[in-house]
Design a protein around this ligand. Structure first.
Ligand SMILES: [Fe+2]
Length: 195
């Protein structure tokens, strides 16, 4: 991992991460909660972005003039994933064992690597050189492993996007993958947009 670029202290970043992610309180296992928070803090330490940037920048660079912010998209994915896991447990819990903490932690961390994909240039947010070499599923896993995140959650980060189509996803990873695409694919058609 490269040296840190952020000058903000770790405790200030931890507080900022908690502000960005009210959904962290859904992670019940204290050790996992600490690891998820630490991963986001580490990502900000290495990123040119500040926590407040995530409430402003578009969630993807693949859609021109994307009208939805990073945090709006990411929080929506966590909510979809959690409710989906709950519904599947309610109706199919006899057949499928779903770990809700793993789903929530994986959904919160799925795009953490994007903090290393962006670069600020002339007041614009563009793809970084690292992002061209390493998409966020790869950098996300590197950040999470550095912070002790369990393999089952790293698996979700690794497989949440198209790269994961080559992997047999766990049930938890399948849920997060589909939640992510539910909140992404409609944006690919201009017909679906309100503006
Ligand atoms: Fe992603």
């Amino acid at each position: 991992m490269p040296e840190a670029v952020s000058s903000t202290s770790s405790s200030a970043l931890r507080e900022a991460v908690r502000q960005l992610w009210p959904e962290l309180q859904w992670v019940k296992e204290p050790g996992l909660l600490r690891q998820v928070e630490a991963t986001w803090v580490r990502a900000f330490e290495l990123s040119p972005l500040q926590p407040q940037d995530l409430t402003r920048i578009p969630f993807t660079l693949l859609i021109p003039n994307c009208p939805t912010t990073f945090m709006e998209h990411k929080r929506c994915v966590v909510h979809i994933a959690r409710r989906s896991a709950e519904a599947m447990t309610e109706f199919m819990g006899n057949a499928l064992k779903i770990d809700l903490d793993t789903v929530v932690a994986g959904a919160i961390l799925a795009d953490v690597g994007k903090l290393l994909e962006y670069e600020k240039r002339d007041d614009r947010t563009v793809q970084s050189e690292r992002g061209e070499f390493l998409r966020h599923p790869f950098t996300g896993v590197a950040l999470a492993m550095e912070c002790g995140v369990p393999d089952a959650v790293c698996h979700i980060i690794a497989t949440h996007a198209a790269e994961g189509d080559l992997v047999q996803r766990t049930t938890e990873a399948t849920i997060v993958h589909h939640a992510d695409f539910m909140a992404y694919l409609p944006f690919k058609s201009a017909k679906n947009l309100k503006v």
